[in-house]
Design a protein around this ligand. Structure first.
Ligand SMILES: [Zn+2]
Length: 109
């Protein structure tokens, strides 16, 4: 369960999507090299090295799940209740809020 996040790039407030860091095809490529090396050249030093590299890359990629904006895909998202998000949202809401406070002020007088 995620809370809504504020996107500093497109200014939308939405439930973030989860994305993996790095590239899927690069990970596939590393594992492909490992398989090819093992199948055609046997388990030599390079094969072990490829295993380590592929495993490390996969591990890094899957451990660094990041949350991204569902609208623009940016990872520059911050919690809605953070001061910076509040500031940005207040700025954009300012116009409509001023109208309401103006009406209230007029009614009170
Ligand atoms: Zn966005």
């Amino acid at each position: 369960m995620f809370r809504d996040m504020y996107c500093t790039r497109c200014g939308s407030t939405a439930m973030p999507k989860e994305g993996l860091a790095g590239g899927f095809f690069f990970e596939l490529f590393l594992w492909g090299l490992f398989v090819v090396q093992g199948a055609f050249f046997g388990g030599n030093g390079l094969w072990i090295l490829l295993l380590v590299v592929a495993a490390a890359y996969s591990g890094w990629r899957h451990s660094t799940k990041r949350r991204i904006c569902p609208k623009c895909g940016s990872s520059d998202i911050i919690p809605v209740d953070s001061p910076k998000a509040r500031q940005s949202r207040t700025d954009s809401d300012c116009a409509s809020r001023d109208v309401h406070s103006g009406e209230n002020g007029a009614a009170a007088m």
